[in-house]
Design a protein around this ligand. Structure first.
Ligand code: ADP
Length: 543
């Protein structure tokens, strides 16, 4: 027997139409060098429809890729809807990638047009001839007439956003009838290899947006003022902007100035209730925000582990801890959120609750999660002790990369995404990540967590940062090697470090090799690049 409910395609039109009808007076505010620019949702919707007309006028093909190279702005949000609602595919280029990665991605996705902020032209323009399929560069002037604004190249490919919009006719939208049609795409940042393309469908974006409105995830709602510090070029600003449009929340876009002072000013002056960004951002903002009046109800952190101490300092000095979330490009990205379950809140002390907030959280509704042995694939128990590769499945989780068979191994035979993250799960579903599969060290048949070892090393007062990699060993297969950066003016020997670690970790975890280095190499998006460390120390061996 079939269900008899309407089969309405879950397309972005549903989100857009709702905002146009229900929230015409809500505000989208963008920070610019000359102050805050505010548009209402009503005016934004009208511009977005005309932008749909611009894409027609430019001759972008039916499912053509519309790239953006832009900060978080209300204009960028116009593109977020105009491209998919006219059947095209939004492709947010990550401005922080290396030049060769950007051209690789633009060519791989076959971008036809790039919408770029004027302030970013110095990064984009030198690459443009390498981007073989790009026919137009539409410049969005975000410089507010400043004298130091980058010059506009005199080239027939360069067009002005506002000029195009002024003469375009509004598009009726409503062309997407198949909800599995591509809406947007993002490439991974390539921490563990070349960037790979993830293609979101209309259906996945709608369901992911809806999930962000739920009380036990980020609870974005009509009463909120949302500040996405996380870039719109990095996994769609974690889906927050689309969720805000769906839910009718005001949005404050930080534009190009991501300094702690600027972010703090927006939080305080604009009455921001929910702000989201990576832990580094919250570290920078802390001294500015501490003790200031604000309306924040959630500070969301993710992208890398939120240190327990940072979250606790926020609790003490800002009045609320950081709400940790976990996900990746392949998961849209929101997959788990560390909200406090009521049983835990009732029965656990403050210290344990802080530990709980330092986990990556429990899976969102519609996301299924399991852990498995990274080699045999055997499913492992949720006992709070056994660690395994985190695997997820759900309607906003990728099933394949775009035109890239190299990535096939990341999907299990039974259709789950192998995240490459290694974690333990408590019996009540809290995931705690301990490593990435590629960074785990297998010594004498047992796993050593590089993350746990790094944390213990970084606990030494003389250590600024540390990264642990595996080196080959004849006897043990692999052994850990510690690459340590000392605090300015501090001294430490390998033996002193081992003496510090001895009471803190298992004896067989103690690294024979300790190398003092000037800095841990980082990827273009600021994560530790163990790939580079492994290459640099590829000659090291432990007997
Ligand atoms: P890349 O995989 O190229 O680094 P992503 O931006 O997709 O790009 O990063 C996803 C990865 O970031 C996850 O697989 C995980 O390793 C890490 N990550 C994300 N959120 C968290 C978190 N809350 N705690 C720890 N690690 C996280």
């Amino acid at each position: 027997m079939q269900g008899l409910m309407q089969d309405v395609p879950l397309s972005l039109d549903i989100i857009f139409n709702r905002a146009e009808q229900l929230w015409p007076t809500k505000r989208l505010a963008t920070a610019t060098p000359s102050g805050l620019e505010v548009v209402t949702f009503g005016a934004w919707a009208e511009r977005t429809r005309r932008l749909g007309g611009v894409l027609d006028d430019l001759g972008v093909s039916e499912d053509g890729r519309v790239a953006t190279f832009a900060w978080n702005t209300a204009r960028h949000l116009e593109l977020y809807f105009a491209a998919p609602c006219t059947g095209r595919v939004l492709h947010t280029l990550n401005i922080r990638l290396f030049a060769n990665q950007i051209t690789y991605i633009a060519n791989h996705a076959e971008d036809e047009v790039v919408f770029a902020d004027r302030s970013l032209l110095p990064l984009l323009w030198p690459l443009i001839d390498e981007c073989k399929t790009v026919r137009h560069v539409v410049v969005m002037d975000d410089t507010a007439g400043r004298p130091d604004a980058p010059e506009l190249p005199s080239d027939p490919r360069v067009l002005d956003y506002e000029e195009l919009l002024a003469t375009a006719s509004p598009h009726p939208f409503g062309v997407v009838t198949d909800e599995s049609t591509a809406a947007s795409m993002c490439y991974t940042s390539g921490t563990t290899g070349d960037p790979k393309g993830v293609v979101y469908s209309h259906r996945s974006v709608v369901l992911h947006s809806l999930s962000i409105l739920l009380a036990d995830t980020l609870a974005v709602g009509e009463r909120d003022v949302v500040l996405p510090v996380v870039p719109m070029f990095h996994v769609n600003a974690w889906g927050l902007c689309q969720a805000a449009v769906m839910g009718g929340a005001d949005v404050v876009f930080p534009g190009a100035d991501l300094s702690p002072e600027a972010i703090t000013r927006l939080i305080v002056d604009e009455g921001v209730t929910l702000a989201a960004g990576v832990p580094t951002i919250w570290m920078g903002v802390l001294p500015h925000l501490a003790g200031r009046p604000h309306k924040l109800r959630r500070v969301v952190g993710g992208g890398s582990a939120v240190p327990r101490s940072l979250s606790e300092t926020y609790r003490a000095e800002v009045g609320l801890p950081i709400l940790q979330a976990w996900g990746m490009t392949e998961t849209s990205p929101l997959a788990t959120v560390a909200f406090t379950r009521s049983e835990r809140a009732a029965s656990t002390g403050e210290e344990a609750l802080a530990d709980l907030r330092a986990t990556q959280g429990i899976p969102s509704p519609l996301v299924e999660l399991r852990i498995a042995d990274p080699e045999s694939g055997e499913r492992l128990p949720w006992d709070g002790a056994t660690s395994g590769e985190v695997q997820v499945r759900g309607p906003w989780i990728a099933r394949q990369y775009y035109n890239d068979p190299r990535g096939d191994a990341q999907f299990s035979a039974d259709g789950w995404l192998r995240t490459g993250d290694v974690g333990v799960v408590s019996p009540d579903g809290y995931v705690r990540l301990v490593d990435r599969t590629k960074d785990l060290i297998k010594s004498g048949g047992e796993w050593i967590s590089s993350v746990d070892l790094e944390n213990e090393i970084m606990g030494h007062p003389a250590v600024a940062e540390a990264a642990v990699i595996a080196v080959p060993s004849e006897r043990w297969m692999e052994r850990p090697m510690a690459c340590v950066v000392l605090e300015e003016g501090q001294e430490l020997t390998a033996d002193e470090l081992r003496a510090w670690l001895a009471p803190r970790v298992a004896k067989w975890w103690l690294p024979e090799l300790v190398e003092f280095i000037d800095a841990v190499p980082r990827t273009s998006v600021g994560k530790f690049s163990k790939k580079d460390l492994r290459a640099r120390f590829s000659d090291r061996r432990v007997p």
